[in-house]
Write a protein that binds this ligand. Structure first.
Ligand SMILES: Nc1ncnc2c1ncn2[C@@H]1O[C@H](COP(=O)(O)OP(=O)(O)OP(=O)(O)O)[C@@H](O)[C@H]1O
Length: 295
């Protein structure tokens, strides 16, 4: 069996005495996947990534990264925090040199230089003089230069312009394809993730609400239009709305659907938005054994 890139078992993190940022999170991410982590503000995405990066310790449960405790595999993991912490007084070139010094034997200078060059950045410019998006580019260059097996990115595209997003997404996908790098990336822009990600973790209220391969998750759901009197009861209902004599719903069918219902597969954005609009919708997180068998 291949070792999963990321594996959480009943993982929980509490800040202070009562406030749980994450609770009872169990999932398994096979190696080599590009995984989107989505969820509303305050859902627990950054907390989850910081736990995986070993920057926070779990309050309960476990998280294993590349088959080991996060702290034990730090050299094999790249992490770009939402705040992109960099040394403000260093220049761009000095920052990349620091990357090379900190990662002897596995520093990919070409990739790091290419990421920086794509932004037309002056290598002698100090970090403190860069814009937010330019800083993101340097942070991504540092993380990619490390040639990590797992790359954890907390909203990496948030302050990039559309062209830079497109270009850097291409660089990330190129890395994943060329080196089998597992990428876990939180984002609020779901439409952008549809073409690049193959795995989804939807976090809400500190819990995992959806986890799995995106194709499987989409195939498990059906958007239906039925007569207003239709009985949805045997199915798991994510959301439903009646307008006049018609009922529109997103369901997880529990069996064959009546022939007079119109049906279609949702898009990823439709699926995610439906779950976000309906925090009480039943979760779909395959049992770890199932994921393991599929892997
Ligand atoms: N250091 C901390 N101390 C206390 N509470 C915290 C801390 N970090 C996060 N939290 C709380 O944990 C919860 C989850 O926060 P987290 O930053 O993980 O959410 P998020 O999904 O990344 O949100 P966003 O999309 O806004 O970035 C929130 O209620 C937040 O207030």
């Amino acid at each position: 069996m291949t070792v999963p890139a990321l594996e959480a078992d009943a993982l929980g993190k509490r800040f202070g005495r009562r406030s749980w940022a994450l609770r009872d999170c169990s999932f398994r991410l096979p190696a080599g996947r590009v995984c989107a982590v989505v969820g509303p503000n305050g859902a627990g995405k950054s907390t989850l990534l910081a736990l995986a990066a070993g920057l926070l310790a779990p309050t309960e449960g476990t998280v294993r990264v590349l088959g080991a405790a996060p702290a034990a595999v730090r050299p094999r993991v790249g992490f770009v925090d939402q705040d992109k912490p960099l040394y403000q007084q260093l220049t761009v070139a000095e920052t990349l040199r620091m990357g090379a010094d900190l990662n002897p034997g596995h520093w990919d200078a070409d990739t790091a230089r290419r990421v920086v060059a794509g932004g037309d950045l002056d290598p002698d410019r100090r970090i403190r003089a860069l814009s937010g998006g330019q800083r993101t580019r340097v942070a991504l260059a540092l993380a990619l230069g490390k040639r990590p097996e797992l790359l954890l990115l907390d909203e990496p595209m948030a302050d990039l312009d559309p062209l830079a997003r497109h270009e850097l997404m291409g660089v990330l996908m190129g890395e994943a394809a060329a080196h089998g790098t597992t990428i876990v990336m939180s984002s609020h822009v779901v439409a952008e993730l549809e073409d690049s990600c193959d795995h989804l973790l939807l976090v809400g209220g500190g819990r995992i609400r959806l986890s799995g391969e995106i194709d499987d998750l989409l195939a498990a759901h059906t958007r239906v239009t039925a007569p207003a009197t239709a009985d949805l009861a045997p199915h798991d209902v994510v959301e439903s709305r009646t307008t006049g004599r018609q009922l529109g719903a997103l369901i997880r069918p529990a069996g064959p659907l009546p022939a007079d219902w119109r049906t279609g597969e949702p898009s990823l954005e439709d699926l995610v938005l439906s779950y976000l609009r309906n925090p009480m919708a039943p979760a779909l997180t395959p049992a770890p054994e199932t994921t393991e068998a599929a892997a």
